[in-house]
Design a protein around this ligand. Sequence first.
Ligand code: CP3
Length: 342
Amino acid sequence: MTKKELFLANANGEYTKRTPIWIMRQAGRYLPGYRRVRERVSFEELCRSPETVAEVTAEPITLFGLDAAIIFSDILLILEPLGIDLRYDPGPVITPILEDPKQVENYHTYNPAEELRFVGDAIVETKKRLGPDLPLLGFCGAPFTVFSYLCNTSERRDLHRVYRFITNYPDQSRRVLNLLTDLSIRYLKMQVDAGADAVQIFDTWAGELAESEFSEWSYPYLDRIMTELKKHHVVTSLYIRGTYHLLDKINELNLNIVSVDWKTPLPTAGARLKSKSLQGNLNPYIMLGPMQTVVHTAREIIEGMKDYPGYIFNLGHGILPMTPVDNVRALVDTVHDFERTA
Ligand code: CP3
């Protein structure tokens, strides 16, 4: 079985003897090669250089033998062609942020296959480098999460600007969310056409919403994306940081994989989700501790999921920049050494 077959089998809810593993933000600042690349190019330049994207996307695959790659990019690049200035320092800085409803009139749709063509080119380049047997994931941000950055700009989980905008200007908010939804659908289709084997939608901030708020401000847009992608048989994954209270609503979405944070026990998620594959959920902070703790915690997680059909190991959120590389190697080896017996 190739790694691509292993990943897709699990995405489709099939039981396999071996559990595939990849890591959110697996190409990032904890890696020496990545840091060297970043000494010569800015993050923004890097994202626009297909050759360099292929190089950094491949680094963790080569180092650890991970079972899937995710194209190196960022969820906020979709904002730039709307006339918004985007810098990273290292967190995103957006100018101007969305505060005045009149700004919405300035946002015009565009063709992602043209404006974000460098992402498609990077996927082609990366596929060439990694070969057809390694699955490559494309991705985008969920409309609500991208909208949150547009209103908020800061990395902190402070949603006051987001709430102020959606409560004061619900019609304009829905216009922006619908625009982002249309763009995301076309953007993801472009990534699949370029060679992405599956796509993950990051709704990092949606976990801050109450279920009823999620139903109003995130779910309808996710539903539209997932429904459209399913028409084209695209394999889909959804990540939300703070999944627990939203599981029943997430269950209504037509998607393959639910990627959960570390506060949501995987067996509980498995019991509440019907016919969905699961991904997650090692606490990324555990990766900073001693190697034995990493190995022990990973074994506990995988042991708890040993009978579950459709499971992909991952962290509960992105890997932290200060994570020791040796702990990542130990984690991947631990998951690879585990034989499921059901
Ligand atoms: O997973 C991967 O290896 C692929 C690359 C990837 C990045 N961002 C690279 C990146 C992915 C999948 C993302 C998604 C993303 N970007 C999300 C959703 C996932 C999540 O973590 O919740 C969000 C919310 C963003 C927005 C964003 N971009 C933030 C909050 C930051 C700062 C993060 C930090 O670590 O400081 C970025 C910048 C960014 N995106 C970096 C990387 C490697 C750091 C930039 C640098 O090299 O200095």
